[in-house]
Every structure is written in structure tokens, then in C-alpha cells.
Design a protein around this ligand. Structure first.
Ligand code: TRH
Length: 385
């Protein structure tokens, strides 16, 4: 593997357009911080939606054109043509999720000597084709620029997923009792209760699932970050809103609404729960590092283009499970993504098997290497050509 010299000063520009929600900036911000903190790169992050960014990092002031946060320079990418006050082109340029760089910036890249390493950074998918396309050249139609694909993935030969070096240590230090007092204002539930975190899009299956939890034999404690699913909770409990700080009870189900917290604190919610419902891309990855059973609400795409991605993730994650557990997980995930009604009792019956699998799966994922480290190695290889 080619490596960058320890003292090599690398400047990196990341361009991020927020399509919706928090995943685009969530992934880019995590990557930016990691390249800065763990690899010493000088990172400038261009983002077109600072309001979404502010939710993940309250330090970010949505009114500023340029600012620094956690060692990363943040530029408000105000218009497609906007390329920063100076056209100082970085050594490494990351175009996140095919967001299209400003033309003036591309032209300046072509004039630069040496040419920057341009990375086409894609969405995560566990599909098999990803390993074939990962690191392949992606020639520019007009300029002779060094552009290549970088694909996050769940299997060997892909870019892997992001994982900070201190994540496991942070998880080991996590004080669950203190967290329940501070965040929920109650004692940590004990005994028979199953704690479930619920971060999801609007979901037609949620009413049926809430009813199953209400009617369950054992208590279910539900933690719901305020967001797109909150309206369904309010309707279910017959209350006007289910905003941060609200609690409600029905049968065996007790639910607590939580405020949206800055990104590093999101992991704690996953560590505090027994089973995590996550969505999109970044929370899906964090649930895997939390080493708990989880359910994925995948970001829905036109023409059901997301279904093969869901199945590919299932294939990786459930690979070593016995058929009954594998089928139960697949049925539950499919139902949560629009095909059928989720069967909580069936899913929960496999809880201990899934807890063991979650630990092993995290180790398998770790074998691919951390995405930021893999990206640094890929850049080093391109620079050495
Ligand atoms: O928000 P998401 O649904 O994001 C997306 C986008 O919709 C995007 O366009 C799409 O392409 C992508 O998914 C696949 O889900 P995701 O990716 O899980 O991002 C949520 C982020 O919000 C994640 O970084 C965790 C963070 N978060 C917090 O920081 N604090 C919180 O309290 C919560 C609930 C989440």
C-alpha cells in the first residue's frame, strides 16, 4: 500500500450539496473531521445548506460565508458557480455524491500543476458491483484530470465505511445510567424492558408496530428523536405533538421524544438502546458500530432502486445466521420498508442471536478498513503515479 509521508501537508476541498435531510452533510462532516483529526489534512468543506449543518454541529453559524469549526474551514456554497473567495485549488478534491463542482473551479484544477487528485465520492451500497467500480478512473470529458471513483461499501475490495479511531473507546466509556438521567430524565429501564430507538422517515408500518408494542407481553421503552416520524407518534397517542421532552404511555409501551443532538452525541442513543431503528446512510453505519440488533429504513428511491441495496445489506449482515433468524430479519426489514407488516414477536425472538451477530458483523466490517484511512491510501497511490 502506498502511504503519504507523515509530514506531507495535504489540502483537501470537499464539496457537498444537501439533497434533503441530514445524510449528505452527515457523511461529509464526519469525513472532513476525520481527515483533519486523524490524518492532519487541511480541510475546506463547501456546503450549500448550513441550516442542516447547524443541526449536526451547533457551532456552525448559518449566516456566515466562511468560518472554522473543529479545525475544518467551512464555506457556504451559495450558488452552483461559487467556488470560494480564492481559487486556490487543493491537492485533493472530493466531489461528494455527484454534486457537480463549479465550472470555474474545474477549469482552475486543469490549470494547476501538479493536477489535484479528484475523487468522485459515492453513496454507500453493499451491492457486489461496488468492488468492481471502486477506485476506477472516471475520466473528465473535457480536461485531462485525475478523477477516480471512491465507493463506500460493506464488502471486501470497497472503500468500507467511516469509523473514528476513538469510537470503540468512547463506547466502552459510555455511562448508560448517567445518560438516562441527563437525556430522558428517568432511571435507566431494567428488568424485562426492551429499549428501542426509532429514527425513521414517515412509515405506513409504524401504526401497526406501535400497536404490537402496546400489546406486547413485556415492556417496550421507545426513544424517538424529534423528526419525520414524530407526527405518527402523536396521532397514535392522541396528543397534539410528540416534541422533544414529551412522554406518552399506552399498554406495555412507554415512549419518550428526544431533541436532535449534535452528531457525536447521536451514537449514545444507539448505545443506550437494545434495538435501533435507523435510516439513510450515516445512522445505518453508526448502528453497525453500536453492535446492537438494528432495523434499516433505507432512503427510498424512484422505481424501487433502493430494494437491491436493502437486499445486499441483508446478505452481508445476515450471512452467517441460521435460516430462521435470517428470514425473520429479512421479513422485518422488508416490512419496515413497505412490503408487509413487521412482526415484532418474531423479530424479538431472535434478539440474542442478533446481538451475537452484531458483534461479529462489526468485526467483519472492520476488516475492510476505515473509509477515511482507505481514502488516504487511495489518494497516496494516485499521487505516486
Ligand atoms: O437524514 P438521513 O435520512 O439522510 C439521507 C439523506 O436523505 C440523503 O439525501 C440521502 O441520500 C441519504 O440519507 C442516503 O439519514 P442519515 O444518513 O442517517 O443521516 C442522519 C444524520 O443525522 C446522521 O449523521 C446522524 C445525525 N443525527 C444527529 O446528529 N443527531 C440526532 O439527534 C439524530 C437523530 C441524527
Amino acid at each position: 500500500m502506498t502511504t503519504l509521508a507523515a509530514d506531507q501537508d495535504i489540502a483537501c476541498d470537499i464539496f457537498c450539496a444537501v439533497v434533503d435531510n441530514f445524510g449528505d452533510i452527515g457523511v461529509c462532516w464526519r469525513l472532513a473531521r476525520q481527515l483533519r483529526a486523524e490524518h492532519g489534512w487541511r480541510v475546506r468543506l463547501f456546503v450549500d445548506d448550513l441550516t442542516a449543518f447547524h443541526a449536526l454541529c451547533p457551532q456552525v453559524d448559518a449566516t456566515l460565508a466562511r468560518q472554522d469549526a473543529l479545525g475544518v474551514t467551512i464555506e457556504h456554497w451559495r450558488a452552483p458557480a461559487h467556488a470560494g473567495d480564492t481559487l486556490a485549488i487543493a491537492d485533493v478534491v472530493i466531489e461528494a455524491f455527484a454534486c457537480e463542482l463549479p465550472h470555474a473551479y474545474i477549469a482552475a484544477m486543469a490549470r494547476r500543476d501538479p493536477k489535484p487528485v479528484w475523487i468522485n465520492f459515492e453513496y454507500l451500497s453493499g451491492e457486489d458491483w461496488v468492488a468492481d467500480f471502486h477506485k476506477r478512473p472516471s475520466p473528465h470529458p473535457r480536461y485531462a484530470l485525475d478523477k477516480s471513483f471512491f465507493f463506500p461499501g460493506l464488502g471486501a475490495g470497497t472503500g468500507g465505511v467511516l469509523k473514528e479511531r476513538d469510537l470503540d473507546a468512547r463506547r466502552a466509556r459510555f455511562d448508560a445510567d448517567a445518560w438516562w438521567h441527563e437525556r430522558v430524565g428517568i432511571e435507566r429501564p431494567g428488568g424485562e424492558a426492551t429499549v428501542v430507538s426509532l429514527f425513521a422517515y414517515e412509515n405506513p408500518a409504524v401504526d401497526g408496530l406501535l400497536a404490537q408494542w402496546r400489546d406486547a407481553d413485556a415492556p417496550v421503552v421507545l426513544l424517538v428523536p424529534e423528526g419525520r416520524i414524530s407526527g405518527a407518534l402523536a396521532r397514535f397517542f392522541g396528543i397534539p405533538a410528540f416534541a422533544a421532552g414529551a412522554s406518552a404511555r399506552a399498554g406495555a409501551l412507554r415512549a419518550h421524544a428526544l431533541g436532535f443532538v449534535e452528531q457525536p452525541l447521536f451514537d449514545e442513543l444507539l448505545w443506550a438502546a437494545d434495538i435501533n431503528f435507523v435510516r439513510g446512510e450515516d445512522s445505518f453505519v453508526r448502528a453497525q458500530w453500536a453492535m446492537k440488533p438494528f432495523v434499516w429504513h433505507i432512503y427510498p428511491q424512484a422505481d424501487d432502486a433502493h430494494v437491491p441495496k436493502l437486499d445486499a445489506a441483508l446478505a452481508h449482515y445476515t450471512r452467517t445466521l441460521q435460516k430462521s433468524a435470517r428470514d425473520a430479519v429479512a421479513r422485518f426489514w422488508h416490512a419496515w420498508n413497505g412490503a408487509g407488516m413487521p412482526d415484532w414477536a418474531e423479530f424479538r425472538a431472535h434478539r440474542h442471536t442478533l446481538e451475537r451477530r452484531a458483534v461479529k458483523w462489526a468485526a467483519e466490517l472492520e476488516d475492510i478498513g476505515d473509509l477515511a484511512g482507505n481514502l488516504v491510501a487511495h489518494v497516496a497511490a494516485r499521487m505516486a503515479r
